[in-house]
Design a binder for this molecule. Structure first.
Ligand code: NDP
Ligand code: MG
Length: 392
């Protein structure tokens, strides 16, 4: 079999860079044929010189112009905007798309890639939160076409391999009683409510176990990340919300667990290193050398309940997920706006939750679930959240 021909959307980010590291370590098996980022023309130019893809896309038109100039001597097609992304992920030379942008912007390219028959390795959880029903309808039409990169969902996928059925989107969860997602608890696991009120972006960006992009790092601090992951797990594994639990596990060695009907609990363990789930999404059903094996001797593993009073975002995400329809898209969009406002020091840390909750509470539209409906609800929620952020 020839190498897998891979397009990376979000190649200059945390997951994107680690995907390129994995590809460098497996040159026989993985070939990078297209790269996309938002505006970072300098890093994308370096990546193009190194990996020689046929296509490079930058979301921002002006940055794409800079990239064209910087790569004047390279045989690469440079494009921009949503049209550029859609053409890139559906191109015939691509067979696998690693979706590693941050935010709901990944929804349209993910749908397009699935509809074009590509394998999608999905890190971009906001896409499943906002448009999970739409994405899963495409994925179920071709079982095995969507595989998770998020470490918890990869862990569940790996634990389900013992179950009848195999690939994430088509696995048979008939013998499965519950899923348990583990959470590190973030940097504020032990902080009291009064300290949380004065948190600065630099505090929130100091994650104890994982080095990630800024949006997901703040989500890990509010525990909204775990809420997004509960909705992600609901869609990927077709499990009701009542059967998805969250446990805080500060050591981040157990990445998630599957509880079977006979009481057996299967867990996947490993050092906290995203290259492992990224690589597994690309090597499946094989495994290749990747991360160090965790040292377990003398290591205590602890599990505790989430404190819903200090971290209300998780409960809100369950409620929005249960409500379904467009509500998760609204919650996700409001959260994206608030996280970026917090990072710009425009709102205080506790306001992230307050604004998101208020935006969700004010949403009462009923619309048939469609891409246009999701994008419309997303735009409405962004506008609401932006005006509420200005009030605070
Ligand atoms: P980063 O912020 O580090 O990277 C985001 C990437 O997306 C950058 O390459 C950025 O380009 C690019 N980008 C932004 N906007 C656009 C756009 N409109 N079009 C094309 N590319 C764009 O994020 P992470 O890598 O941390 O996270 C990516 C996704 O993976 C998120 O959904 C996150 O929740 C999920 N995830 C991340 C994990 C991690 O360890 N980081 C773990 C599990 C899930 P530029 O550099 O030019 O801005
Ligand atoms: Mg995760």
């Amino acid at each position: 079999m020839g190498a897998k021909r891979i397009a990376v959307v979000g190649s200059t980010g945390s997951i994107g860079r680690q995907t390129l590291e994995v590809a460098l370590a497996q040159p026989e098996a993985l070939e990078i044929v297209a790269l996309a980022a938002g505006s970072n023309s300098r890093e994308l130019a370096d990546q193009v010189r190194r990996f020689r893809p046929g296509t490079a896309v930058l979301w921002e038109e002006k940055a794409a112009g800079d990239l064209r100039v910087a790569l004047g001597d390279c045989p690469v097609r440079v494009a921009s905007g949503m049209q550029g992304l859609l053409e890139m992920v559906t191109a015939p030379e691509v067979d696998t798309v690693v979706m590693a942008v941050s935010g709901c912007i990944g929804l349209e390219p993910t749908l397009a890639a699935l509809q074009a028959g590509k394998l999608v390795a999905l890190a971009n959880k906001e896409t499943l939160v906002a448009g999970g029903d739409l994405v899963m309808a495409c994925a179920r039409a071709r079982p095995g076409s969507l595989v998770p990169i998020d470490s918890e969902h990869s862990a569940i996928w790996q634990c389900l391999r013992g179950a009848p059925g195999d690939a994430a989107a088509s696995c048979d969860t008939g013998d499965v009683e519950r899923l348990i997602l583990t959470a590190s608890g973030g940097p504020f696991r032990t902080w009291g409510a009064d300290r949380l009120a004065a948190v600065k972006p630099a505090d929130a960006l100091r994650h104890p176990n994982w080095l990630m992009g800024p949006k997901i790092t703040v989500d890990s601090a509010t525990l909204m990340n775990k809420g997004l992951e509960v909705i992600e797990a609901h869609h990927l594994y077709d499990m009701p919300y009542e059967a998805i639990d969250v446990l805080v596990h500060p050591q981040s060695l157990v990445h998630s667990m599957v509880v079977y009907t006979d009481g057996a609990v299967l867990a996947q363990m490993g050092v906290p290193d995203m290259r492992l789930p990224i690589q597994y999404a690309l090597s499946y059903p094989r495994r290749w050398p990747c991360s160090p094996v965790p040292v377990l001797a003398g290591q205590a593993l602890t599990f505790e309940e989430v404190d819903g009073a200090r971290f209300p975002a998780l409960g809100l995400a369950y409620a929005c997920g249960r409500q379904g329809g467009l509500m998760p898209a609204v919650m996700n969009a409001a959260n994206e706006v608030c996280v970026h406002a917090f990072l710009r020091e425009e709102i205080a840390f506790p306001r992230i939750f307050e604004v998101v909750e208020k935006v969700c509470g004010g949403f009462d539209r009923k619309a048939a679930l469609s891409l246009a409906g999701v994008l419309e609800a997303d735009a409405w929620a962004r506008q609401e959240a932006e005006s509420l952020c200005r009030l605070f």
